[in-house]
Design a protein around this ligand. Structure first.
Ligand code: UDP
Length: 154
């Protein structure tokens, strides 16, 4: 079985404004992933620029920072087997228009600049831990057993 790990996920301001927090949380809960941290918060410019630092030289960077700081977000940490890759497969492609039905972006979005959710990149090893550290202190992450874990894993 794949190793259990933690991954970072965030409902972006458009997802919060459109009332999609519950729908998105439900999808991960139903899959069997375990919520170990959650924070409803407003991202300031410094945090936005650090989080999206790899895109600093891209033409969409300024608009992205404006958007992500424009309203509250819901930041989360989810834990489970191969969590980063599994979450990304549930999120879909960066552009909702290219995302298959059944994925979060494919079901809930239409536009690249308003793609509802962020999730750590499984093709960038360590990005999950970097992003968790950026948004959460250690004591904000809770270790516990979910009662169904014995039925989720062989
Ligand atoms: N983005 C954008 N325009 C683009 C490419 C990306 O607005 O042409 C935004 C979009 O919100 C995306 C984020 O920048 O989610 C980060 O881009 P990345 O390529 O890391 O995609 P992701 O990992 O979110 O799928």
């Amino acid at each position: 079985m794949s190793e259990r790990e933690r991954t970072f996920v965030m409902v972006k301001p458009d997802g919060v404004q459109r009332g999609l927090i519950g729908e998105i949380v439900s999808r991960f809960e139903d899959r069997g992933l375990k919520l170990v941290g959650g924070k409803f918060m407003r991202i300031d410019r410094d945090l936005a620029e650090e989080h999206y630092g790899e895109h600093a030289d891209k033409p969409f960077f300024e608009g992205l920072v404006e958007f992500i700081t424009s309203g509250p977000v819901f930041a989360m940490v989810w834990e489970g087997a191969d969590a980063t890759r599994q979450v990304r497969s549930m999120v879909g492609e960066t552009d909702p228009a290219e995302s298959p039905a059944g994925t979060i972006r494919g079901d809930l979005g239409l536009d690249l600049g308003r793609n509802v959710i962020h999730a750590s990149d499984h093709e960038d090893p360590g990005s999950n831990e970097r992003e968790i550290d950026l948004f959460f202190d250690d004591e904000e992450l809770i270790d516990y057993d979910r009662v169904d874990e014995g039925w989720l894993y062989e």
